[in-house]
Design a protein around this ligand. Structure first.
Ligand SMILES: [Zn+2]
Length: 268
């Protein structure tokens, strides 16, 4: 009895709205806003025209909104079913700058032919990142690799002296061949070898949460395959635009890349 009672209490206290816990919030460009929506299911809530994740927690529903790195600080707006709007504040965040030297100059200034390939690959990625399936993701996500953070999210990057897009993921340095594991259950929606990203996998976790794996030495999953949390997706490598073996891990919410540390509970 002494053992059963605490277990029973745990079940009872976590029963209502226990389907999900929320990611951490940081309402800045590249962050996540958590916006309370009340106790009744709100229907489809939109940001910039697209649907956003809605999860129950602590007796009410929350919009879980990915904020683009390009978002201007100030007021942003959610649209509710029926057209009512709900404003929320986006604070400023200054990300540091990093200069990198990559040995292959094509990875800084691609040829016209390479640009065609890059555009096609970007379109395929965009289709994957814009998916919005019905599954409910469970937070927090696990780290996909046991590695050291070698480059944080959001760095403004200068490659061989030329400014390029900010860093849209988290780089986890690990030995070549280290296992990359699914941080949560999902479905593989893209695999392939890309010009910048090298061997690449996209996992759809549901409600607009899609995770990205780049520079892999090997891919061990196929498009359409359902994976469980902890399942091996492939191995760490340095394919594509990489200066050494690492996983580039990207986390996308409603089609925008956000700081992965917010979904693993490791954000400070
Ligand atoms: Zn990276």
């Amino acid at each position: 009895m002494g053992v059963i009672l605490p277990l029973l209490m745990l079940v009872l206290t976590s029963a209502p709205c226990s389907a999900a816990t929320l990611p951490q919030t940081s309402a800045v460009p590249g962050g996540i806003a958590l916006i309370p929506l009340g106790a009744t299911p709100p229907g489809t809530v939109r940001f910039e025209g697209g649907p956003v994740m809605v999860l129950p927690d602590a007796g009410q529903y929350w919009a879980v909104v990915g904020i683009p790195l390009t978002q201007a600080p100030g007021e942003a707006t959610l649209t509710l079913p029926g057209g009512a709007t709900l404003p929320f504040a986006v604070a400023t965040k200054d990300y540091p700058t990093q200069s990198l030297t990559v040995p292959n100059s094509h990875h800084v200034n691609p040829t016209a032919e390479e640009l065609v390939r890059i555009r096609n690959e970007a379109s395929a990625l965009r289709r994957g990142l814009d998916l919005f399936s019905a599954d409910h993701p469970a937070f927090p996500l696990a780290m996909p690799v046991q590695g050291v953070v070698s480059s944080p999210f959001g760095l403004r990057r200068i490659f061989n002296g030329e400014p390029r897009k900010p860093h849209s993921g988290l780089d986890l340095a690990a030995d070549e061949g280290s296992e990359i594991r699914a941080p949560a259950a999902g479905v593989v929606v893209l695999t392939g070898n890309q010009f910048f990203n090298g061997n690449t996998v996209l996992l759809d976790h549901g409600q607009g949460l899609v995770t990205f794996y780049g520079h892999m030495s090997r891919i061990d999953v196929k498009v359409g395959q359902a994976v469980v949390r902890g399942q091996v997706l492939g191995r760490v490598g340095h394919t594509g635009r990489a200066t050494g073996p690492h996983l580039h891990w990207g986390v996308s919410l409603n089609g925008v890349m956000v700081d992965p540390r917010l979904v693993t509970g490791e954000w400070r």
